[in-house]
Ligand binder design. Structure first.
Ligand code: NAP
Length: 316
């Protein structure tokens, strides 16, 4: 422990304030546990990058950031505390979980990991150089800058198709480039996209290079079946080629699979006693707000059970 670091004890520490973390905070604090949520950005997680959510029951169609705000109100309603900062390190000491921030160390018997996932990069030339200058990973954040422009969306999953459709309200045209000839996205999203006159599709193609001086000007594609290359003029490119887990902090704990997703049982329990993982960072099939909420509620309740068992053992 550094001299300038103070140690603060809690019952439960939750890292990440997305839908999963905020639900865990609601359940744990409502069960009277001294609950801390640590967030490195703003609460909301992927909801903050989502234009509209229409598959979370009870709200009809609601903008992602608005739903995030409602979740945060619920998470804070029973005195769960939120601190803002990046976690540097996580350790286990005598059964306690130690979470290091720049100037503080938090300690608790229960740690709930809700760190989510980040959009994967394409890894092609020009992507990093032109990030924020035509290359984007967030239609909600940057869509407005492409009013009446021609944009490309890379990927064939729910994010590419849904966010591509969202972009049509600003852009002149949205061209989805997919590496296969069939989309992975849910049927309802596909049907909407195919019916939208502003949406175009380029199949069986991958991006080899993003080109431009100060801004994206053109994109070099390659057809994977014919190996034919083409360079097309575009003002922007939105990359939606999947997710990578935000789990670097936990690799030494031996709780991740070979891709970095955290393995749990159906009670959100990881391979480490008293450590739970929930939401998108967890190895699972369906990454949705609804499943994140389900995970969070289970982990919040498990935290309560864990603390009760500890208290009982101490009494013996
Ligand atoms: P995803 O489902 O993993 O899809 C990634 C897409 O990118 C796939 O079509 C994949 O092609 C393609 N891809 C991967 N690497 C590529 C590369 N190097 N070059 C070109 N294309 C590449 O990821 P996502 O769409 O971001 O969705 C993530 C999770 O969030 C999913 O579980 C999704 O269901 C969920 N989500 C749900 C909603 C909703 O319910 N409304 C909205 C957004 C996201 P292949 O198909 O060939 O593998």
């Amino acid at each position: 422990m550094e001299e300038n670091q103070t140690m603060i004890k809690k019952d439960v520490i939750i890292i990440g304030a997305g839908p999963a973390g905020m639900t865990a905070a609601l359940y744990a604090s409502r069960a009277s546990l001294d609950t801390l949520m640590i967030e490195r950005g703003v609460p909301g997680g992927e909801l903050m990058n989502t234009a509209d959510v229409e598959n979370y029951p009870g709200f009809g169609k609601i903008p992602g950031p608005e739903l995030a705000m409602k979740f945060f109100e619920s998470a804070s309603a029973f005195k769960a505390e939120t601190v803002y900062g990046a976690v540097d390190k996580v350790e286990i000491k005598d059964g306690n979980k130690l979470v290091y921030l720049a100037d503080k160390i938090y300690q608790a018997p229960v740690l709930i990991i809700a760190t989510g996932a980040t959009h994967r990069k394409l890894g092609v030339s020009g992507e990093e150089e032109l990030a924020g200058r035509g290359v984007s990973y967030c239609a909600v954040c940057d869509g407005f800058f492409f009013k009446d422009k021609d944009v490309m969306v890379i990927g064939g999953g729910d994010s590419a198709v849904e966010e591509g459709t969202y972009l049509t309200q600003f852009a002149n045209s949205v061209t989805v480039v997919h590496r296969r000839d069939a989309l992975r996205a849910q049927k309802i999203l596909q049907e909407r996209a195919f019916a939208n006159p502003k949406m175009k599709f380029i199949w069986d193609s991958v991006v080899d290079e993003i080109q431009g001086q100060d801004q994206v000007e053109s994109i070099k594609l390659r057809n994977v079946k014919t190996d034919e290359a083409s360079t097309l003029a575009f003002d922007g490119v939105f990359v939606y080629v999947g997710l990578v887990p935000n789990s670097e902090l936990f690799t030494d704990l031996g709780i991740t699979d070979e891709q970095g997703w955290i393995i749990t049982d159906d009670q959100m329990q990881t391979a480490q006693d008293g450590i739970y993982a929930i939401g998108d960072v967890r190895a699972k099939n369906l990454r949705q707000v609804a499943t994140a909420v389900g995970d969070g509620s289970i982990a919040g309740q498990k935290a309560y059970d864990y603390i009760q068992t500890l208290a009982y053992q101490e009494e013996l």
